[in-house]
Design a protein around this ligand. Structure first.
Ligand SMILES: Nc1ncnc2c1ncn2[C@@H]1O[C@H](COP(=O)(O)OP(=O)(O)OP(=O)(O)O)[C@@H](O)[C@H]1O
Ligand SMILES: [Mg+2]
Length: 339
């Protein structure tokens, strides 16, 4: 029997505002993640990566709301969880690393205390044991002089060190899932590579599953087991990393790969695909990528412009929302009139 997923998203929709002008930032996302797996989420700015990550932890504030769908963590319905269960979930079962490390640290609290406190409050350690473990964690994430650094305040350390501290905080309680939203974007390239190695190594050692949100296909190549490519609030392709890199099925994924000059290198940044992402506050009748798609003529422009493609399965475990794949089995019932 296949292992039950650790995290499952079903038809997740998150929007800002109401009615016709609502911005549909996450527009029907299905994803699943197994224990210990590394899932990369990639896509251009504004495609909904951060909103998706925040939705998993129900961290969407009004005027935003999760309008539909399910988030199942270890079989539990996160969207229906009472506040106490939700608090236990955040920080103990699921930890999150945000993009700006310094902004996420408490400026008036010693670094060691920021790691020791959750260990004490949620991990049940005594004061001394928690502090000792905090220092050990700082050593494990490669901070020099961890004893001294534990007593420092955030303004006394560099950006790269702050990012290591964030990783230490996130991993302190040995979460089963870590969500890292662009964890290295603020750092220079050599530090980026070190931090990513560290993140992967620590997650592996602890058996922590990782959702890694990034613009950077090079980072994905280096880190991920599986990749979800997002476009305009949807996952347009989802496949093992080897398939995505060697024979991407979706024209958008193909464009992303063409625009990444040095595959496998951490410094590979996305160059623009001509055109821009659509306005998520207007209804999009067909495939959201059609106006920029170089395969639109081949796939059948009428179909592309009028009907959003369902998920097709070029192979088991590989999904692509593109009419080019219409010969493959569909992962969901085809819309009426198309076969
Ligand atoms: N608080 C908010 N209020 C209104 N709209 C929002 C809010 N947060 C996000 N959005 C909109 O949701 C969409 C998705 O945003 P999101 O931040 O998830 O993109 P992203 O893929 O993380 O981009 P980036 O790569 O730049 O971080 C965008 O159109 C954005 O303008
Ligand atoms: Mg973002």
């Amino acid at each position: 029997m296949p292992e039950a997923p650790l995290l499952e998203l079903r038809g997740l929709r998150t929007q800002f505002g109401e009615g016709a002008g609502a911005v549909r930032a996450v527009n029907g996302v299905d994803l699943s993640l197994r224990a210990g797996e590394v899932l990369g989420i990639v896509g251009e700015s504004g495609c909904g990566k951060t909103v998706l990550a925040l939705s998993i932890l129900r961290l969407i504030d009004p005027p935003g709301r999760i309008a539909a769908g399910q988030v199942l963590f270890d079989g539990q319905d996160v969207l229906a969880m009472p506040p106490r269960a939700l608090t236990a979930l955040r920080g103990r079962d699921i930890a999150m690393i945000f993009q700006q490390p310094k902004a996420s640290l408490d400026p008036v609290m010693r670094i060691g205390a920021q790691i020791a406190e959750p260990l004490r409050l949620r991990g049940g350690r005594g004061r001394k044991a928690a502090w000792r473990e905090a220092v050990e964690l700082l050593a494990a994430v490669g901070l020099p002089n961890p004893d001294e650094k534990a007593r420092a305040y955030p303004h006394e350390i560099s950006g790269g060190q702050a990012q290591r501290v964030m990783i230490a905080i996130a991993l302190a309680l040995r979460p089963r899932l870590l969500i890292a939203d662009e964890p290295t974007t603020a750092l220079d390239v050599t530090v980026q590579a070190q931090i990513l190695d560290l993140l992967r190594e620590r997650c592996r050692a602890l058996g922590t599953a990782l959702i890694l949100v990034t613009h950077d296909i090079g980072v994905i190549a280096q880190m991920a087991d599986r990749v979800a490519v997002m476009y305009a609030g949807r996952v347009v392709e989802n496949a093992p990393v080897a398939e995505i890199l060697s024979r991407p099925a979706h024209p958008y994924t193909q464009g992303l790969l063409r625009s990444a000059p040095v595959m496998g290198a951490v410094q590979a940044r996305l160059r623009e695909i001509p055109g821009g992402i659509p306005d998520l506050g207007r209804p999009i009748p067909g495939c959201a990528f059609a106006p920029r798609c170089t395969s639109r003529a081949e796939a059948g422009p009428e179909r592309c412009d009028r009907q959003a493609p369902p998920s097709f399965l070029p192979q088991p475990g590989w999904q692509a929302r593109c009419w080019l794949q219409a010969g493959a089995p569909a992962a969901e019932p085809l819309p009426e009139g198309w076969s």
